[in-house]
Design a protein around this ligand. Structure first.
Ligand SMILES: NC(=O)c1ccc[n+]([C@@H]2O[C@H](COP(=O)([O-])OP(=O)(O)OC[C@H]3O[C@@H](n4cnc5c(N)ncnc54)[C@H](OP(=O)(O)O)[C@@H]3O)[C@@H](O)[C@H]2O)c1
Length: 256
């Protein structure tokens, strides 16, 4: 059992803490920083074994594993003044914040980066961590799964892929706009597309086939699905996706 501390009680901290309290690690004590006050108080009053510390230093003092979960622009001001013990483990969720920088700020030797998404609340989030670490892996496995990554470029690749969520919904939105422009009622188009993409999500999660096999099995040769996919690729859809991922990776790595 480890005592878990969270510096920064926002969206991702709430998702992790709620997920943990539904998991095999539910008995692990959790201490939250007081900010955001409303959310930290709500979590502490609704979940067993969750407390709110008086300040960030007390979170660190009362924890074995400290999650850094403040916004990137706040990180230096928040983390630098804190005093960490040598035996403490830090798990940083702060996007694009280098481990060497965290080490410089904190003097800690045991630091892991992680990219959880809010699906950890339902314990179905698969979280990349870097470098491989048994404690961080145990925590994120309890929240749905963990991919342990040794290489920074690969880790940044997962961060880039996590930026596809807006595109996913944007494609569905574009399809809805097209249906409405063709005379369908917006609510009917909405119902139809939610069911279509939601069911495809179930297929994706449940069937062990490769993505190529899934595309092929959902595209009759010479049929309508194959037709749309070929037109999408011919019109540059594939390279637009490739370009978006390449450019967001450059941004994550401070090159763009
Ligand atoms: N959301 C995600 O899905 C996700 C996924 C992976 C990683 N992350 C990373 O996790 C970090 C947090 O993201 P988030 O979405 O949870 O952001 P958020 O909802 O904005 O939460 C950040 C929290 O930090 C608090 N805070 C600000 N200054 C503080 C201070 N001096 N001491 C303690 N807490 C302070 C904020 O309080 P106030 O509201 O009072 O300002 C807020 O509650 C970011 O670095 C982000 O890159 C997020």
């Amino acid at each position: 059992m480890h005592r878990l501390g969270f510096v920064g009680t926002g969206t991702i901290t709430a998702a992790i803490v709620r997920g943990l309290k539904r998991s095999d690690l539910a008995s692990w004590p959790v201490v939250l920083s007081p900010r955001n006050t409303t959310l930290s108080m709500e979590l502490a009053s609704s979940l067993p074994g969750v407390t709110v510390a008086a300040d960030n230093q007390k979170v660190v003092d009362q924890s074995d594993v400290v999650f850094l979960a403040v916004r990137p622009q706040d990180a230096e001001d928040v983390v630098r003044p804190l005093r960490f013990r040598q035996d403490q483990h830090i798990i940083s969720l702060v996007a694009a914040l280098d481990i060497d920088v965290i080490r410089h700020w904190t003097g800690a030797s045991s630091i892991t980066r992680a990219i959880p998404l809010t699906f950890v609340e339902q314990r179905v989030g698969v979280t990349p961590i870097m470098p491989p670490d048994a404690t961080a892996a145990e925590i994120f496995r309890a929240l749905g799964g963990c991919i342990e990554v040794a290489d920074l470029n690969a880790f940044d690749g997962y961060a880039a892929a996590s930026a596809l969520m807006g595109t996913y919904f944007g494609i569905i939105e574009a399809a809805q706009d097209w249906l409405v422009a063709n005379g369908l009622k917006e609510s009917d188009a909405d119902l139809y597309l939610r069911n279509l993409f939601g069911s495809l999500g179930d297929v994706l999660r449940e069937r062990p086939h490769s993505l190529r096999e899934l595309r092929s099995s959902h595209s009759t040769r010479g049929g309508l699905n194959e037709h749309v996919f070929l037109r999408f690729i011919e019109a540059g859809g594939g390279s637009a996706l490739d370009g978006g991922l390449t450019s967001v990776l450059a941004r994550i790595q401070g090159r763009g």
